[in-house]
Ligand binder design. Sequence first.
Ligand code: XIL
Length: 316
Amino acid sequence: MLKNLAERKGINIGCCVNNRYLNDKNYTETIKREFNIATPEYELLFKHIHPSKGKYKFDLADKVILFAIKNKMKIRGHPLVWHHEKFGLSKWIIKGKFTREEFIEILKDHIRALMERYKGKINEWNVVNEAVDDNNKLREGVWLDNIGPDYIEMAFRFAHKVDPKTKLYYNDYCIDDLNKKSDAVYKLMKNLLKKGVPIYGIGLQMHLLEELYINPESVEKNIMRFKKLGLEVGITEMDVRIRKPVTQEKIENQARIYGEMLKVALKTKCNTFIMWGVSDAHSWIPWCYKDYDAGLIFDKNYKPKPAYEKLKEVLM
Ligand code: XIL
């Protein structure tokens, strides 16, 4: 039971939860037993929840949120604003011919609709997801192209207005250790905070590769610089994907990486450690990266992997 150990250490431990698997007992029992925080995997994405202008479809997100509440789990909302055309956005907005003012209204309406629907249930939100691209510039896409760079601060300010009590996060990938992208995000956060933008914390997605060395000291320094800005830090989407063929040696190395990252998270007092799934039976890895598999801490039969044992050991 990771959650009992984690609670004693003052950190939340969890996973993303997908409504499609909620009738699978292995899936739900594992989540209930091990985790105390859930993120709906895709149900809150614009594409699914806002299928036409001003019309919202909450049924799938409601299912996941109800499951989490029933099982006394905290909920992290993900995300309010994302550029991703394939996963994130609906055609009506990608192709939409609107003025800048109308885009701003759509953004605000979207934030208002989701936050009000789940007020008091979702108490932390990834407000803006992946706004920095792989060249460390603000990422092009519907929001930046039609509103301009201000869309980021607008989103935070507006979310804060809707519910001043909710903890608002910026979330991104490849910003786990010290590198050019985390430098860019650090600068972005620093500037926004200087302007008084209500950002509560930063989410490090931590989608890692078993074959790539990640230096725990560098992760620690990175987390600490965000903390020095006054931000809370959470690990929000961790997995450690393994290049096929998956071998015992790689599985052991994966366990080491999980353990080291949790150790750093505890040392730096991160508030959450969320993994992007429960078991290797259901994970985005094989469908997004065809040469990779087995990124999570339970195997396809929900048997704990060495990574699970390692997390337990670190939490003891
Ligand atoms: C993945 C999910 O697993 C899918 O279900 C979803 O449709 C989109 O892609 N960074 C993110 C997540 O912020 O939303 C992504 O999730 C993984 C990468």
